[in-house]
Design a protein around this ligand. Structure first.
Ligand SMILES: NC(=O)c1ccc[n+]([C@@H]2O[C@H](COP(=O)([O-])OP(=O)(O)OC[C@H]3O[C@@H](n4cnc5c(N)ncnc54)[C@H](OP(=O)(O)O)[C@@H]3O)[C@@H](O)[C@H]2O)c1
Length: 307
């Protein structure tokens, strides 16, 4: 506890959490707790290892225990759609839930429990997606590549990649290629994109042409010894301008090392984590997120100091 984040814990402390498996790599507690402290809020954020078999029970448990909100990470973002009481438009549009806000009913209207006294009131869980907007902002800031009119090779078809693919299509990418271990999941996603965004050309498999962006939305690279998430014999990294890895810990994945060596611009997922976290924080607290405090906390957590 180098930064004393827990010093405000009391019987009245409001709680938030991230559920995932694995979860020990998460930098979200450092980011959110620093923001609570900066805002003078008696709130705390913890990381919970949740087996996917028990995701529904864990969300219900948090609701019953008066938690204000949750983040969901690998492998829960798709399944969570089944386990929340309400879906925000963002979760419906991007097809995955990475943020849950618990809400209490007051005179027929619903308010985040973190912003009122929920004692004795009906509580529901509402699922949001704050990943999609965060990714676009991070791509523009960190890679300095405009996704609109870009050709993108997207690796993965899980919760994060699905939201990314739909959002990129919505942004007006020129062409999208989807590569995933489980090919039918990529095909299903491609079909959905073709229906919803007929102007976007979408294919399953590796591109014939060069691309502006390779985006890793798989969890390959989280564990040491993981193979690269793409087959470089089929698509050499030299054929991409920029490579964005949604993974932020390790800060430099084998994919980013190889991409840097191939002369690509590179960025890890820290910017995306920051912006999705700030949006979740605002949903829970109703306040403006202290972005620079959160950025600095992430820098300390992942790099051991600001970047
Ligand atoms: N920076 C951020 O803010 C941020 C936000 C969201 C996610 N992420 C990162 O994005 C990654 C994906 O998260 P998620 O929530 O989308 O997880 P998810 O829903 O569990 O999806 C995992 C994806 O990785 C693929 N995959 C997993 N193990 C694999 C293996 N051994 N070989 C090949 N492919 C494999 C899966 O393929 P199958 O479909 O074949 O299972 C799927 O496409 C994670 O690393 C997560 O940390 C970062």
């Amino acid at each position: 506890m180098a930064h004393g984040y827990l010093r405000h814990l009391s019987a009245g402390t409001r709680l938030c959490a991230v559920f995932g498996q694995p979860i020990r790599h998460s930098a979200s507690p450092a980011m959110h707790n620093a923001a609570f402290e900066a805002a003078g809020l008696d709130w705390a954020y913890v990381a919970c290892e949740v087996d996917p078999t028990y995701l529904g029970e864990a969300i219900t448990g948090a609701r019953r225990m008066g938690f204000c909100g949750l983040n969901l990470t690998v492998p829960h973002k798709l399944e969570a759609i089944e386990w929340v009481d309400e879906l925000d438009e963002s979760a419906k549009a991007w097809g995955a839930v990475n943020t849950v806000a618990f809400e209490a009913e007051v005179d027929g209207e619903w308010f985040p429990v973190g912003q009122i006294d929920p004692t004795g009131r009906a509580i529901r869980s509402k699922g949001y997606n704050t990943d999609a907007d965060a990714l676009i902002r991070a791509l523009k800031e960190d890679l300095r590549i405009e996704p609109r009119s870009a050709r993108v090779l997207l690796l993965g078809a899980g919760g994060a990649a699905r939201a990314a693919a739909l959002k990129l299509a919505d942004e007006g990418v020129l062409e999208l290629w989807l590569v995933n271990r489980t090919i039918p999941k990529a095909q299903e996603l491609a079909t959905e994109i073709s229906h919803r965004y007929p102007a976007v050309t979408v294919d399953v498999g590796y591109p014939e042409s060069d691309v502006e962006i390779i985006l890793n939305g798989t969890s390959l690279g989280l564990k040491s010894g993981d193979p690269l998430p793409l087959d470089v014999d089929r698509f050499p990294l030299e054929r991409a301008d920029g490579v964005y890895d949604m993974i932020y810990r390790p800060a430099v994945t084998p994919l980013l090392t190889a991409a840097h060596a191939a002369g690509c611009q590179t960025a890890n997922g820290l910017g995306m984590l920051l912006y999705q976290g700030a949006a979740a924080w605002e949903l829970w607290t109703g306040r403006q997120a202290p972005i620079e405090v959160m950025r600095e906390a992430l820098g300390r957590e992942v790099y051991g100091g600001p970047r």
